[in-house]
Design a protein around this ligand. Structure first.
Ligand SMILES: *[C@@H]1O[C@H](CO)[C@@H](O)[C@H](O)[C@H]1NC(C)=O
Ligand SMILES: *[C@@H]1O[C@H](CO)[C@@H](O)[C@H](O)[C@H]1NC(C)=O
Ligand SMILES: *[C@@H]1O[C@H](CO)[C@@H](O)[C@H](O)[C@H]1NC(C)=O
Ligand SMILES: *[C@@H]1O[C@H](CO)[C@@H](O)[C@H](O)[C@H]1NC(C)=O
Ligand SMILES: *[C@@H]1O[C@H](CO)[C@@H](O)[C@H](O)[C@H]1NC(C)=O
Ligand SMILES: *[C@@H]1O[C@H](CO)[C@@H](O)[C@H](O)[C@H]1NC(C)=O
Length: 523
């Protein structure tokens, strides 16, 4: 009997020792917690972990300060672990995130040498994808990067040693009620919870995400069946990484719990620190005075523009030629030209030549502030030059030939990047407007798309002149091989212009399509 009790005590105490060695913590807010922070990461006075702020092109890291034992010293197999955290992402622009955040397990504290922007503070251009990294991360990625084969600008991914996720899915969760997948918007600014669970026996990593007021869904969003032992070192650091590009988001973590060899303790949502309030509340005066005045003015504007419109329509009425009845109007409307040239006045005259007088580009005033048509140096300096016109013309060519907008707001894809990626893949014709069916000449389509790319180079000196453009289009001069162009060594030659244009144009940019407005009334 005594022997049995001694044995029991012995077993219990050895279990207790094993358990006490297993890391287990819960942070309901981070007030006076000892985290290792670097870059933009900071703890706010009310206990939020703020990984990034408004400073561009920076990283932010927050790591649990001590190393964590991840592997069994006897057979080198990775332990089970589980972690959960609550986060919120407040973007600069409602529809564009910059760039995302990740839960990360890394051999070093703080990931030295990592890059901001699309690298999320996890990797850099030289070590991305390298098996010697020993980094496992779960990314909440709010930008689409074609170079990493990202699905969209709103996805969750499991990253092993690189940003090309081994598993990924658009952010969402499987409803407990009906099993349906419900979408989530990472940059909604709302609080959401993530659960990360690894089973050392099953060798399976599950990732689940849900809105703050939804219990943990039983079906994970991502499930990776893979033994993590080869990727993890015995001693690792755990924490969060985030980054800003030329567009930024504020990435917050509100609470975090972790447990080695067990289920992480559930976070008590009511105990989490509050997020900063969004914008001041100033509705009362607006509602009582502003709104009625606004309504009255709108009615006035509507009435006067209708009557003005009727008068103008008579003035600008034009006749369609016979062939246009078949093919639709194939020209600028007289009206557009009349307006653009201020009634063909001399002030708007650029010059005269054998083919008539040349007036300023009818769309110049419209192009200002139209995202995707702004040359990067124009966004920077505000100076329009013939090169910025060539850039805009390139965007116009690509838009017309591909039938896509320069920036697809929903997909967060930059058209130039998209066409360039097709070209890199040797399939530039894939970029053509699918509505064309088979009704196009392959050589011409290729010419227009390649010319569009040439004109869209971020380096003004690399763009052709308008005279050359005309020569290329007329087939007088063969198009140079665009792979010979001086393109910046790293990355795509265009990928930074969107960020730049956006950040310097403030919030007044528009997503309207120039091709659409130019051709409106046509087709
Ligand atoms: C935080 O943790 C580190 C690493 O364990 C330790 O060196 C440091 O003294 C701690 N700081 C505080 C304020 O407890
Ligand atoms: C991680 O483990 C690998 C081999 O298992 C070793 O080469 C490397 O130095 C380790 N990294 C760190 C930071 O300890
Ligand atoms: C990339 O990161 C690695 C590992 O942190 C570092 O050793 C290397 O110097 C970095 N490379 C560059 C080009 O910054
Ligand atoms: C991976 O990184 C190691 C160590 O930094 C380096 O020696 C090796 O060349 C890299 N491998 C590749 C494919 O870049
Ligand atoms: C959810 O998101 C996916 C991917 O972005 C999209 O294809 C799908 O239509 C969305 N579903 C709903 C109901 O919005
Ligand atoms: C991962 O999710 C699947 C499906 O719900 C479940 O069967 C499995 O037990 C989970 N694995 C871990 C390690 O939680």
């Amino acid at each position: 009997m005594l022997f049995k009790i001694v044995l029991l005590v012995h077993i219990l105490s050895s279990l207790a020792i094993a358990a006490s060695q297993d890391l287990n913590f819960i942070y309901s807010g981070f007030r006076s917690t000892n985290l290792s922070l670097d870059g933009l990461a900071e703890l706010t006075s009310n206990g939020l972990l703020r990984l990034t702020n408004e400073i561009m092109q920076q990283t932010g890291h927050a790591f649990y300060p001590n190393p964590v034992t991840f592997k069994n010293s006897i057979d080198g197999s990775a332990f089970s672990f589980s972690s959960t955290f609550v986060f919120a992402i407040r973007p600069e622009y409602a529809t564009l995130g910059g760039h995302g955040m990740a839960f990360v397990i890394a051999p070093t504290r703080g990931l030295p040498g990592s890059l901001p922007s699309q690298h999320l503070g996890l990797f850099n251009e030289s070590n991305n994808g390298n098996q010697t990294n020993h980094v496992v991360a779960v990314e909440l990625d709010t930008r689409r990067n074609i170079e990493f084969n990202d699905l969209d600008g709103n996805h969750v991914g499991i990253d092993i040693n690189g940003l090309d996720s081994v598993r990924y899915a658009s952010a969402g969760y499987y409803s407990q009620l009906n099993g349906k997948l419900t979408n989530l918007t990472l940059i909604s600014g709302q609080r959401m919870q993530v659960w990360i669970e690894y089973g050392g026996m099953e060798k399976q990593l599950n990732v689940t995400i849900a809105p703050i007021d939804v219990d943990k869904p039983s079906r994970p969003l991502l499930s990776l069946s893979r033994d993590l032992s080869p990727y993890l070192n015995s001693s690792m650091y755990i924490g969060f990484s985030s980054s800003t590009g030329s567009i930024y988001s504020s990435h917050y973590v509100l609470g975090w719990s972790f447990k080695m060899n067990g289920l992480a303790e559930a976070l008590d949502i009511s105990r989490l620190p509050k997020l900063p309030r969004l914008g001041p509340k100033k509705t009362s005066k607006f509602l009582t005075i502003g709104l009625p005045v606004l309504c009255l003015s709108l009615v006035f504007v509507a009435v006067s523009s209708v009557s003005y419109g009727i008068r103008r329509r008579r003035k600008f009425a034009e006749v369609l030629e016979d062939w246009e009845l078949d093919f639709g109007p194939q020209r600028f409307k007289y009206k557009d030209l009349y307006i653009a040239t201020k009634g063909f006045g001399d002030k708007e005259l650029l010059g005269s030549g054998g083919f008539g007088r040349v007036y300023k580009d009818p769309q110049t005033t419209h192009v200002v502030g139209t995202l995707g048509y702004l040359a990067p140096e124009y966004a920077r300096t505000g100076k329009a030059t013939t090169s910025t016109d060539v850039f805009a013309f390139g965007a116009f060519l690509l838009e017309v030939a591909s039938g896509r907008r320069p920036i697809q707001p929903a997909e967060d894809v930059i058209l130039v990047d998209w066409v360039f990626a097709r070209w890199l893949g040797g399939e530039i014709l894939e970029a053509r407007d699918p509505n064309l069916g088979t009704e196009y000449v392959a050589e011409e389509m290729e010419l227009v798309l390649q010319l569009g790319l040439m004109c869209s180079q971020s380096e003004p000196a690399g763009r052709p002149s308008m005279r050359q453009v005309v020569q290329f289009l007329e087939g007088d001069t063969p198009l140079p091989d665009i792979s010979l162009l001086r393109l910046p060594a790293s990355n795509l030659p265009f990928s930074r212009f969107d960020d730049f244009a956006l950040s310097s144009m403030g919030k007044s940019f528009s997503h309207t399509s120039v091709a659409e407005s130019l051709l409106s009334g046509g087709r």
